[in-house]
Design a protein around this ligand. Sequence first.
Ligand code: URA
Length: 215
Amino acid sequence: MSVSYDPARVTVVDHPLVQHKLSILRDEKTGTKQFRDLVSELAVFEGYEATRDLPLEDVQVTTPIREATCKQLAGRKLAIVPILRAGLGMVDGLLELIPAARVGHIGMYRDEVTHEPHEYYCKLPQDVDERICLLVDPMLATGGSATAALEYLRKQGVSDIRLLCIVAAPEGIKAVQDADPNVKIFACAIDEGLNENAYIVPGLGDAGDRIFGTL
Ligand code: URA
């Protein structure tokens, strides 16, 4: 049975370099170091796309040649919020792109029987409600953790949330969109669906285990 979600509210970051890197990431033979590096590199591409609409303002710069009117970022600052544990793998890549961003953490674990998310640790920048939040988790599977994290951030007053994942399942996208009509979703690929253990198919296996080498 196909799952329908709103494609207008999902951006697929399908740059050729992204597709190439993602194929290596999916390969079961790819080892921990390369896997970790690729997750970080893919996060840079996603961050680039997810920040495309940031507002700019004019700034006067004196180059070695003459004065010039240039651009600088204006408006709200950013927070990167990884969903623990796998989301941590995307933080360094995003910080390369946005070095001044603050980093919050949301800890969720998934009950292995019910697949329900449980919150066990949350620490966010004190002014998180004034920031654009990049909520990051490489795998958007059932959407359970993402919807719980979104609900938590909304309760803290965050209005602009962009969910960055590397691989998404249609079921997860639909669950997130149903729960939060305003979130913007970015993914490098949308896969076929979920298997009976709520793993994404074809996916890449357990992202956290592959990032941290705990297989
Ligand atoms: N989490 C993962 O790491 N992989 C999946 O396929 C689903 C959830």
